[in-house]
Design a protein around this ligand. Sequence first.
Ligand SMILES: [Mg+2]
Length: 261
Amino acid sequence: MKTALRPLADFTHKIQFLLTDIDDTITTNGQLSAESYSAISKLKQHGITVIPVTGRPAGWCDMIARFWPIDAVIGENGGLYYRYHDKKMHRWNFSDEKTLAVNQKKLQAIAAEIKLKIPNAAISADQFCRVYDLAVDFCEDIPHLSQAEIKQIVDVFHAHGATAKVSSIHVNGWFGAFNKVTTAKLLLQKEFGLTEAQILDQCAYIGDSPNDEPLFESFRHTFGVSNIKNFQSQMKHLPSYVSPSESGLGFCEIVDKIISL
Ligand SMILES: [Mg+2]
């Protein structure tokens, strides 16, 4: 069910935990601006727990968990989370090594088929740091593919029984019953001791594209940066509030609003 994109100014609830997408939500044109980074840091200073939730690879999450002023990070669309806490890296992974090896083989077969059927697509440049998913680039480092080509990529994943989600830059596909929301809830319960009711009341999520829909559907307090309007027609579940500006600037507006409450 779609909910209206209400103006950010109407939001009034106090938030304790902020979960946020990274690409085109925190970043702008593929870059992390000083303003966005300092907004993350400001949240921390105000005692708000910050958890990026991304389709980006395990290798990136390792660096983010260790270096950014955040509390934990969920990567590969929910395949894993890392939390650097008390000078120790805590890693949670969805699958055991054996299952993972089997799934990686299946993803290699899908990659080969995509290269054959959609020759303009490319395997993402960050694929070598990935553990759970196959990311197919449709505009990050290559000319933008058509909607028909993007759909063809999704169809190949589905034909192999994999899950596929479209972000603003990649189609990510994986095997395993996880997504951003199942892993977000697990992390909030296991690492921060929240109940289902507390998750609904105290947590908020910010995103920008269709791969954020599971969180827009499950969380009560949800925000979109205004570039989400580009995907509005393709989405079933929209965030409740939308920022005036796009990408990183919109993220900063939402953070200022949350801090002001
Ligand atoms: Mg995004």
